[in-house]
Design a protein around this ligand. Structure first.
Ligand SMILES: [Zn+2]
Length: 262
């Protein structure tokens, strides 16, 4: 699987490619691309970048020399072996991308209907770390099942911004270790956003992934007669924690899922 940075880089390239789609006047054939010359570009650098020869660019654009001008539009001929079908037709769907690891990890999983009744949102309280780092920390704290949460949503530091990491408590369908109450740990799915939301608000991508995950788990992701209840750590462990922090947008949980303390 691509790591998040590779994925973003590819997505950015795909989007950049779209931005450079030829205008109707340019008449580039489907496998060809158009490059708008930027300051510092040379013909050989452009050729290297697209994997074609300088000669092929010169021929295709009827250039007498290798001199190019900023703002000039060059049709880049198809790279040898490239075909239109080999290129992605559309960029990855942003709405479904964050859930991909969850869907992959859940394939073939036996989830007992009604097993999970609560979805408990946390923050990690620190800006660093990811599922693996927290797994190590929780084991060192004596939790034999490691990572206390079922899911961790990254902030772009030690995992992707909005990347959902799936913990083995989810794939093993076992109780969490994220709240004090044993009863809630038994029926509550722990979702941790990396960050300290006493200090700052969660990022847009993190929140988008959180909502994608919550909606999935309240819909097709969990079998049961009624959707699981969305709550947060501080509403479960009253007077014991500020998690997920005072700058977490609680109003969103109320308006979207009817979440409330108690
Ligand atoms: Zn918490």
């Amino acid at each position: 699987m691509l790591d998040r940075r590779q994925f973003l880089r590819r997505a950015a390239l795909a989007l950049g490619g779209l931005a450079l789609l030829p205008s109707p006047l340019l008449l580039a054939a489907p496998a060809e691309r158009v490059h708008v010359v930027r300051s510092g570009d040379t013909l050989s650098a452009i050729a290297t970048r697209y994997g074609v020869s300088v000669e092929s660019i010169r021929t295709r654009n009827k250039l007498d020399s290798t001199r190019i001008l900023v703002g000039q539009r060059l049709v880049i001929p198809a790279a040898p072996g490239a075909s239109p079908a080999a290129r992605p037709a559309t960029p990855p769907a942003a709405a479904t991308a964050p859930l991909a690891p969850v869907l992959a990890a859940s394939r073939g999983l036996r989830i007992q209907p009604g097993r999970w009744t609560h979805l408990v949102v946390h923050h990690s309280g620190i800006e660093t770390g990811n599922a693996r780092a927290y797994d190590g920390a929780h084991r060192r704290r004596g939790m034999e099942n490691g990572l206390a949460y079922h899911f961790v949503i990254g902030n772009g530091r030690d995992s992707g911004d909005g990347e959902i990491e799936v913990g083995q408590r989810w794939t093993r369908q076992i109780f969490g270790g994220h709240v004090r109450s044993r009863a809630i740990n038994d029926c509550g799915i722990g979702i941790c956003l990396v960050g300290n939301f006493e200090q700052r608000e969660p990022g847009a991508r993190q929140l988008a992934s959180l909502h994608a995950l919550l909606e999935h788990l309240r819909g097709p992701g969990l079998p049961g007669s009624r959707p699981a209840r969305v709550t947060v750590h501080r509403w479960v462990d009253r007077n014991h924690t500020v998690c997920p922090g005072r700058r977490f947008p609680y109003g969103d949980l109320r308006s979207r899922y009817g979440a409330a303390p108690g």
